[in-house]
Design a protein around this ligand. Sequence first.
Ligand SMILES: [Zn+2]
Length: 76
Amino acid sequence: MTCYYCRGEMIEQKTTFMYEDNGEFWIIRNVPAYVCTQCGEKEYSQETTRRVLALLSHPPRPRDIVHVPAYELAAA
Ligand SMILES: [Zn+2]
């Protein structure tokens, strides 16, 4: 499997999926994806995408709650 963008090799890995919806952040760990070894582009299978969307529409109790520091890039 080759990357659509840079033609690099893509290998299957477990990734962390992050998603923002109106200031709410969702983190889903252990999501299988094909990841480009050159540019880092990720591709998800249809089945994985379906499972992620199903989880987001009916979220189970979270595994844990993480606190993430937030920054802003100052104007130059
Ligand atoms: Zn690539």
